[in-house]
Design a protein. Structure first.
Length: 80
């Protein structure tokens, strides 16, 4: 086995860190999905949906909530 065949040791991640990382990625995806919904709804439903403003406000609210959950762990770490 030559020096070229060796790989650097894999960085070990604890289960709580892995779960936290996956949760953050999930909330990031959720925030993006809500933004896409808002954009598509704005493009295709404006003038056709009687609850247009209400739905748009809901999309924005949910996107902001998901973004806050995705950034929450980083905000808490910086605050300490």
């Amino acid at each position: 086995m030559s020096a070229h065949d060796t790989k650097p040791p894999a960085q070990e991640t604890s289960m709580p860190e892995l779960a936290q990382s996956l949760a953050v990625e999930g909330w990031k995806e959720a925030a993006i999905a809500w933004e896409v919904c808002r954009s598509l709804h704005r493009e295709y439903a404006k003038g056709k949906d009687p609850l247009f403003k209400t739905r748009q406000a809901d999309f924005v609210k949910h996107a902001e909530a998901a973004r806050a959950k995705a950034l929450g762990p980083f905000i808490e770490e910086d605050g300490e």
